[in-house]
Design a protein around this ligand. Sequence first.
Ligand SMILES: [Zn+2]
Length: 403
Amino acid sequence: MLIHASHVLTMREGATSAPATLRIEGERITELAPYQGLEARSGEEVMTLDRHVLMPGLINAHCHLDYTGFKGSIFAGKGFTEWIKTINALKLSYTPDDYLAAIQSGFEQLKQSGCTTVLNIEAFPELLLRLGPPPIRTWWFLELIDLRNRIGQDDTLMGALTFFQGQPGWLGGFGLSPHAPYTSSVELYRLAKHCSDELGLPITTHIAESVEEQEMFLYGEGPMYNFLQSIGRDMQDCGQGSALSHLMEFGLLSGKCLSVHMNYLQHYDFQALRENPLNVVHCPGCHAYFGHARFPLEQLREAGCRISIGTDSLASNDTLDLRKEIRRARLNYPEVSAREWLHMVTTAPAQALGMESELGVIAPGALADLIAFPLPERTDPFEAVIQSQEAPVLFMVNGGCGS
Ligand SMILES: [Zn+2]
């Protein structure tokens, strides 16, 4: 297939918008040439996109599709610990069929907003047995929590891995997600890191999300401390430093880990990050929902961290649309350009996955995950993508436009 497009954002380093023609063979982009620089072969399909922006599909770096049905169900005003209690109660009211419907609805919303890859935390891996191949490229991160039960995690893990390895036709991959330092023990993080190192799996985890988590780890007090103590968590790790330092001092986070939130950090955390920069995921809608302190975007970038954007779940956000997330986030960071924001939903998460030559970029050899939007008159092409509110006119995953 040949695509002639008037405005191509390759998202390669330093590249601006340019007219170009690309050839797609099978699942990959095989050639990239100046506009009309390739001739169609006999029988080859040709698409022309004039006054359109063509770019790599968007990558949502943090999502929980399980909770898509919880939109608008939880009142945020009572704080993070109350939110956790409420979602735990809601989860009990949901059947496996409800969760499957929620996942499918989430996929549909992602497709409608131009997202071709999602990094999804999966709390119920048994659901995968009933799920068909995902319609977009999906990394399933198995959620690991050992707050009450520290036995059998490795069985769960190996069972889930065995399942995934039996699904060769599925697009995407598999990873591990120790939930957060307040729900996952250091031993569990160590196990996850060991599996990650042995099997080459990405890891993601929530860190330093709320002021209540900060109070718990820094001072050994507050609503989260009291709640977790009441349900039997071993609280000896509290009152000894930040949530991040708690994990970094044991060497449990590495460049392969996507650290989600990172809203509440200490000066020594930034020092540690300068020595070991992490991939950080910012979730603007969830951040606004809880009314957190300003996300330290500038300090994290200055420390060498790579920032990606995720939507988190609809239990703490009103959208799975990354364009809306960028429009919301940029209000706080007017100095960040439209192009930089789009890197946070293409090349940055691709690099975090170690897939930078295959995802988040238009280049020969890259996977053909592509989207296109109309380009209004007198609008910058990068800006046009962020401002668009309609579904993409072209939505291609793995070289195919079906489903
Ligand atoms: Zn999350």
